[in-house]
Design a protein around this ligand. Sequence first.
Ligand code: NAP
Ligand code: ZN
Length: 352
Amino acid sequence: MYKTKAYTATSATSPLTGTTIPRRDPTEHDVQIEILFCGICHSDLHSVRNEWSEFMPTVYPIVPGHEIVGRVTKVGTAVTRYKPGDLAAVGCLVDSDRTCPRCKAGLENFCPNLKLTFNSPDTHLGGVTYGGYSDSIVVDERFVLRVPSNLDLAGTAPLLCAGITTYSPMRRNSVGKGKKVGVVGLGGLGHMAVKFAHALGAHVVVFTTSPNKKDDALRLGADEVVLSRDASQMQKHAGSIDFILDAVSADHDINAYLNLLALDGNLTIVGAPPKPLGVSAFSLIFGNRSFSGSNIGGIPQTQEMLDFCGAHNITADVEVIPMQKVNEAYERLVKSDVKYRFSIDMASLDAE
Ligand code: NAP
Ligand code: ZN
């Protein structure tokens, strides 16, 4: 066991502050990674503030962070795919049982014995797992991803959650040329969704509550931008969209978007507002529409997404911040004021 620097919250109302946490010494299949950048996902904020207490109650102290990019510093004796000095990434998953049908299908994200990067039982050290707001992490090589060498590292970190969470449902729903795709909420996930849908050749319509994001939406790859609080702008798209990805973090009117779906259209929700959404049966019945959810993605598809990003030179648009600004960043996140993902430069922890 060794100690490493980290940022932690000790209750739902406490700010994140500096601390030291234990990490295991790498066992034979482990990779030890010096963390260079860690993205800030809205799920970090939901968890720190225990907003999902009904579904995933937070255990304190919590060290969030599941969009991790870094450099390998040490590997266990049985590790074959990484060596010290390599770039490496870790997303939302750090372990699973590897034997269940879901693991065998590469869907570790649905394993009943899944271990998340933070706030899951830590089978090595006891307590719970600690995430990426930290100097270093130790992860089994099966859950470590390769980083394409051409990508900017600060902008690569968010791919590990915002990237895979938007890429996976788009692939499942055959987003591509000839499809009209809607993206709701231009935040961390939403802006990645726009980039992917555009790269896949779809006609992309962004729905935003923020008028000042219009130019950015077009620059990111949108073909059209709709201010979702303007009913007449919404009405123009009624019954016309093949696939909508909803990446909104707070309560909103889901029926307003279901009504935009074409015949047989699908709306997939990836945003995880703490409170239930009221779905009108009629929004679905009139048009054989479907409403689904999607949860991150498995390890093989996460690697596929990173390779796709390497091939298409796609990274997140990031605001790089020092660790010490994390509480300010959280306040801006709740105000939908991030362009379009915060990426923490972990070198800032060394100064503490
Ligand atoms: P984010 O960067 O904060 O973006 C959320 C966006 O939602 C905002 O930028 C804003 O976009 C819109 N929004 C916020 N409040 C709103 C409101 N009251 N009404 C309408 N729109 C509102 O968050 P994120 O990191 O992208 O995460 C989005 C959600 O996905 C979170 O709930 C997160 O927990 C969840 N998530 C789910 C998964 C999964 O596997 N399913 C994975 C990661 C994250 P505009 O300014 O454009 O309106
Ligand atoms: Zn996330």
